[in-house]
Design a protein around this ligand. Structure first.
Ligand SMILES: [Zn+2]
Length: 67
């Protein structure tokens, strides 16, 4: 509720990867390595393309068409 106004300095947060204190150059991570780990995590989670079932795929007319 009560927010303390700090003199234009970012609040240090714990690194989301290893919970160490984050450093300014690598904010919000503690090191470039943890930033990389986070990136990889995103990639590995978002890389899998969900299978979309398409009902419109089978076209009977196209199947009858005999060149
Ligand atoms: Zn870290």
């Amino acid at each position: 509720m009560s927010e303390t106004k700090e003199t234009s300095s970012r609040r240090m947060r714990p690194c989301p990867i290893c919970s160490k204190l984050s450093t300014e150059p690598d904010y919000p991570f503690c090191s470039p390595r943890c930033a990389k780990v986070d990136l990889h995590r995103w990639f590995s989670e978002g890389y899998t393309i969900p299978v979309v079932e398409t009902d419109d795929l089978d076209d009977p007319e196209r199947d009858n068409f005999d060149g």
